[in-house]
Design a protein around this ligand. Structure first.
Ligand code: FUL
Length: 521
């Protein structure tokens, strides 16, 4: 999928630039400042910038989304029946006829796997619509499926609700089929499509805009009016996050399932240097803020990056990857469905690296999630359940080297993310010692910062007491919402969490130690 990947990046960058102004206005209305946006002034010292960075926080909808951790993509449509990925503009859509479509099988499979939100490709680049739209004939209404009365968006939204899953829509801005594509008219058409989807199918928790922008029937590419799209979403579904080509959630930069070892949710809002923007108006500075460049860069949020920023924004990472080689179902992928061990590895490197995992599971021509995918998901869940069922740190006694009044170390051991430990103001290095009643054996650790007040930890390590001295058994850089670490099993009755570097005083909302079963990868 290299072609889609580089195209996505190029278009992502260009389109975000063109929409920066409107994008910011929408955000400024949505969140109180400071919140998920802080301006840097030309006179700010490095210390002041660091302090600002430590105080950028997620908006409410960004935080709610982050807590979902594990979400699923469903790529399904006319491509499924043509063995295609990007499709064509002129398919004979009468070929769309799933014989056994069962959205409840999708939701029960996903729910059992631990998924919290399901995102459906309601229209991919080919333009075929999976719902009863009044706007085009190129839809499910003109297929033999359920004699033209079917509506996969309706059925899946109902099934999700029933299963207690959140529901989201992928609507491709690129539309190869729609004749108005490439003209201003198309932007109005797209807003109407959004309006149908966001009005008729209950609560929508995520709207996913792809960066691909190819040619339409007239050979032209579209200039997308992102502002009108965002406005429509904010108005009709204010609790929905707008992802990828949107201001709430960013693309991690690959489609591999692996995030960065150092993953900041606080990013420079613009890569312009302070001197470049110094003469600009307030509005221009705001306009430039949400122009996150270099999303594929290894370093997005280090001190070096934020010192050069014009503003700072909370822009968390979503990590999308398919359980198969393709995004759509192909029978030839049946034997190369990712193994449970590989999926677990992806989980550690996405959810465990301060990201939200968006795992694609494409239903087949029957309209069912294939047996091999079901099996792989079950296997993944079994390993994760076996690992995370017992937290061996749960009953430890906890003592911190520094404690802000009332924000005690023991708060990291309850299951409540709202209670947390904090070091005192101006203390950026601190440790928490945990003592267990008896020796415990573990090979996995979990740390969570209290991100509603910011992401701060830059470097940490974990130590155990071997009877004579403290020995390091794991280390890392950023923590953010969640950091998972795996290491060779340790048996100990005392451990220390050492925060080596932090932007302001560090916090931790949760900590756990677990024993994962041996896996192949
Ligand atoms: C890409 C698309 O071009 C692929 O077909 C797929 O939908 C993926 C999730 O995003 O940009």
């Amino acid at each position: 999928m290299k072609h889609s990947y580089s195209l996505l990046f190029t278009v992502l960058w260009l389109a975000i630039i063109s929409s920066a102004r409107e994008n910011n206005i929408v955000l400024a209305q949505q969140t109180k400042l400071p919140g998920n946006y802080i301006q840097i002034n030309a006179i700010d010292s490095k210390d002041e910038i660091l302090k600002k960075a430590a105080n950028v926080t997620p908006s409410k909808i960004q935080y709610e989304w982050q807590k979902l951790e594990f979400t699923a993509f469903i790529h399904f449509g006319i491509n499924t029946f043509y063995d295609a990925e990007w499709g064509r503009k002129d398919y004979d859509i009468s070929k769309f006829n799933p014989t056994d479509l069962d959205v409840n099988q999708w939701t029960s499979t996903l729910k059992t796997a631990g998924v919290k939100l399901v995102l459906l490709t309601t229209k991919h680049h080919d333009g075929f619509c999976l719902w009863q739209t009044k706007l085009t004939d190129y839809s499910i209404a003109n297929t033999p499926f359920q004699k033209g009365k079917g509506d996969v968006v309706r059925d899946l939204s109902i099934a999700c609700k029933r299963a207690g899953l959140k529901f989201g829509v992928y609507l491709s801005p690129w539309d190869m089929h729609e004749p108005t594509y490439g003209t201003d008219e198309y932007n109005k058409y797209f807003v109407k499509q959004l309006t149908e989807l966001l009005t008729n199918y209950g609560e929508i928790a995520e709207v996913w805009f792809d960066g691909a922008c190819g040619e339409g029937t007239n050979g032209k590419k579209q200039v997308y009016d992102w502002q009108s799209y965002y406005k429509t979403i904010r108005k009709l579904q204010p609790n929905a996050v707008i992802a990828i080509m949107g201001p709430d959630v960013r693309w991690v930069g690959t489609e591999s399932g692996y995030g960065r070892k150092t993953e900041w949710s606080v990013l420079p809002g613009s890569s312009s240097s302070q001197s470049e923007i110094a003469d600009n108006s307030q509005q221009q500075k705001l306009d430039a803020a949400f122009v996150p460049r270099d999303l594929m860069n290894e370093d997005l949020g280090s001190r070096e990056k934020i010192y050069a920023a014009a503003s700072l924004i909370w822009y968390p990472a979503e990590i999308d990857v398919s359980i198969r080689n393709g995004w759509f179902y192909h029978a030839h992928d049946d034997e190369s469905v990712k193994s449970p061990e590989k999926l677990v590895d992806i989980y550690y490197n996405s959810v465990g690296l301060n990201g939200v995992l968006l795992l694609n599971i494409p239903p087949d021509k029957r309209g069912l999630i294939h047996e091999n995918d079901v099996k792989a998901l079950r296997g993944m869940k079994k390993i994760l359940d076996e690992t995370f069922s017992t937290n061996f740190a749960r009953n430890a006694s906890a003592k911190a080297s520094s404690t802000k009044m009332g924000l005690l170390a023991k708060n990291i051991l309850d299951d409540n993310l709202e209670t947390y430990w904090s070091a005192e103001e101006n203390v950026s290095q601190a440790s928490i010692e945990l003592t267990f009643e008896k020796e415990q054996r573990f090979n996995t650790a979990m740390l969570q910062e209290n991100i509603p007040i910011g992401q701060r930890i830059e470097k940490f390590h974990l130590e155990y007491w071997d009877g004579l001295s403290w020995k390091t058994f794991a280390e890392g850089t950023t923590v953010g919402y969640k950091r998972l670490l795996r290491f060779s099993a340790i048996t100990a009755d005392r451990i220390r969490i050492v925060i080596d570097e932090s932007r302001l005083n560090p916090t931790l909302a949760s900590f756990g130690l677990y024993l994962a079963p041996e896996t192949k990868e």
